[in-house]
Each structure stands twice: as structure tokens, then as C-alpha cells.
Design a protein around this ligand. Structure first.
Ligand code: PEP
Ligand code: MG
Length: 324
């Protein structure tokens, strides 16, 4: 029985009409990659590297330590891709005070110096992380993902930092340079709305629904008192997600969802209907989402998704159409 389940677990997720859906895992620490593979993940779509930076009494990890961590994750993945996100510290994932006291007394940390904003304010840290990622790339397929990008110049600044790292690389003869695909998280409404201008500068995009919902609806994702208003079914949220998938596909760039929505069974069919072909989720969800996909017809779902998006009450409509 266990063997049968294991065979099933590693079967590709293909819809009834032959659409292949990529099933990726979200991880927080290198060894999580082992469980991800055991759960049937075809790779890691989101490595939240900030967990290497938190709760360390203020001492941030060196380039070498990061390199070892990424390399270890790649070893577990045995040739499967690893998407490494640069640190997303700040807001709900604060650094230790000793490492960065700038977060004290900030009224709106979710709108503050977090994620790529923090990295760009710490050029040395950014450079170390970029170097560690490229050193790890010698051990398997690596992609680089930038969180919380809102402005094109932020993306261009990361590209410039990458160019610098590469220039230094050839001077110091650090061994062959393995190119790494560059992608951005789409988790701010502004980014979803000007995605066309970002797309020429990236290889892929990943939709962070957790923050996209927070920033679209102005609901603090960590505030219990407004949790009932944190509504992934809000038409504006669905509209933005549909738009990003469509724009990315039209530009021939791969697009994934790595927020909690990707592992939520009530959204599996809608997301497939919206054109999503890559999901990244917490490993324990993979089997159940895959079961849904194996029973889905992507062509029929595309029609249903249009109806859901056009409805005043998308949740009711989805229920009516039996997508939940
Ligand atoms: C998201 O915002 O949906 C996301 C995947 O990133 P995090 O939850 O780490 O902010
Ligand atoms: Mg996020």
C-alpha cells in the first residue's frame, strides 16, 4: 500500500485534457527540501531564505554559510530546480534587533523597509547573497527570486548588482559562472498593474497571494481583528491574479503562484482555469492538490474561470459551478 501511494505521489500532475501542471514546494530551511521531494515536489518554487537570517542573536549568515545552505538544499533535490528568494525580512519576519534596529517604532512595518527594499539598503548583504546563490548554482539548477518589487528601478538595481558580482567573479577567477534565471514576486498591486513593463527584464514571475491580498485590500495579514476581511475571493484580488497569469503567458514567461492560495483546494480549479500551470505550496498539500488536477479539465475550467471573474460574488459563482 505504501509503495502504491509512493508511486502515485510521484506521478506528474496532468489534467484530463493533457495540460501538465508543475508541482513545486515552498521551504524555509535547507533540509525541508528532503521532505518536499518525498511529498512529490518536482522542485522548490520558493525557498524563504529569511529563516537563515532570523533568531541568530543579531549575527547574520556569511556568504559561505549561505552557500552551504543552498548547496545542501540542492543536494536533497537531486537535479530538481531550486528557486532561492533573496531575504524577505521586515514586517511579519523581523530581523533580530541586534542585527538591525531600524525596525523599532515603525508604525507600518508591512509598508516599510522590508524584502528587496532592505537588501538594496544593505548592498554588502545583497552582494553576499547573490554570490552565494551563484556559487550554489554549480551544484544544480538555481533560480533567483526577488520579493516585494514595486518599482522597475528596484529590479534594474538588482540586475546592476548581479552585473557587478559577475564582473568581480571573472577577476577573482572563482570558477565557471553558471547563469541563474531571474524572477520577481508579484505581491504588490502596482506590480500586477504594470507587469508588462517588468516582464522584458525577468525570466519568470511568481505570485505571492499572501501579500497581494494584504496590499490590495489594505488588510494587515497578521492582524486578527481584521482577519475576517482578508478575502482571497475579493473580485479585485482575482482580477489581479488573472491579469498577471495572462500577461506573463502572453510574454512567454513562466508564472507560478507561491502564496497560500496555491495549496488551497478551493482555488485549484480556478487557478488552472485562469491559465496557471505551476503551483508552489507547502509540501503536505501537494498530494491533495494533485488529486484535484488529475480530475480537472483545463478547457472547461477556462470558461468557468471567466464566469467567476465576471461575477459580483466570485465565491458563490465558484460554488455554483462546483469548483470548490
Ligand atoms: C506571499 O506573500 O504570498 C508569499 C509567498 O511570500 P511570504 O508569505 O513569505 O510573504
Ligand atoms: Mg510575500
Amino acid at each position: 500500500e505504501r509503495e502504491r501511494l509512493s508511486l502515485w505521489r510521484h506521478r506528474p500532475a496532468v489534467t484530463l485534457d493533457g495540460q501538465v501542471i508543475e508541482m513545486l514546494a515552498n521551504i524555509e530551511l535547507p533540509d525541508d527540501a528532503e521532505a518536499a521531494v518525498a511529498s512529490g515536489a518536482e522542485g522548490v518554487g520558493l525557498f524563504r531564505t529569511e529563516f537563515l537570517f532570523m533568531n541568530r542573536g543579531g549575527k547574520l549568515p556569511s556568504e559561505e554559510e549561505q552557500y552551504q545552505a543552498y548547496r545542501r538544499a540542492l543536494e536533497h533535490l537531486q537535479g530538481r530546480p531550486l528557486t532561492i528568494r533573496t531575504v524577505d525580512v521586515g514586517a511579519d519576519k523581523p530581523l533580530d534587533r541586534a542585527a538591525d534596529a531600524r525596525h523599532d517604532n515603525i508604525l507600518n512595518p508591512a509598508l516599510g523597509l522590508r524584502a528587496i527594499r532592505w537588501s538594496l539598503s544593505e548592498p554588502l548583504m545583497l552582494r553576499q547573497q547573490l554570490r552565494a546563490v551563484h556559487r550554489a548554482a554549480a551544484h544544480g539548477p538555481v533560480k533567483l527570486l526577488i520579493p516585494m518589487v514595486a518599482h522597475l528601478p528596484e529590479l534594474l538595481a538588482v540586475r546592476a548588482a548581479l552585473d557587478q558580482v559577475r564582473a568581480q567573479w571573472s577577476i577573482e577567477l572563482d570558477g565557471p559562472w553558471h547563469p541563474v534565471e531571474l524572477g520577481i514576486m508579484v505581491e504588490i498591486p502596482a506590480t500586477a498593474l504594470i507587469l508588462e513593463r517588468m516582464l522584458p527584464h525577468v525570466d519568470f514571475v511568481s505570485i505571492g497571494t499572501n501579500d497581494l491580498i494584504q496590499y490590495t485590500l489594505a488588510i494587515d495579514r497578521a492582524d486578527e481583528s481584521v482577519a475576517h476581511l482578508y478575502d482571497p475571493w475579493h473580485p479585485a484580488v482575482l482580477h489581479l491574479i488573472g491579469r498577471v497569469i495572462q500577461q506573463a503567458r502572453a510574454a512567454g514567461k513562466s508564472v507560478s503562484v507561491c502564496g497560500e492560495m496555491a495549496g488551497d483546494l478551493s482555488f485549484t480549479e480556478l487557478l488552472v482555469g485562469l491559465g496557471l500551470r505551476s503551483f508552489s505550496m507547502n509540501p503536505p498539500q501537494i498530494t491533495r492538490v494533485k488529486q484535484r488536477i488529475l480530475r480537472a479539465d483545463a478547457t472547461k475550467l477556462a470558461q468557468a474561470a471567466l464566469e467567476v471573474l465576471g461575477s459580483d460574488n466570485p465565491h458563490d459563482k465558484a460554488r455554483q459551478l462546483r469548483l470548490l
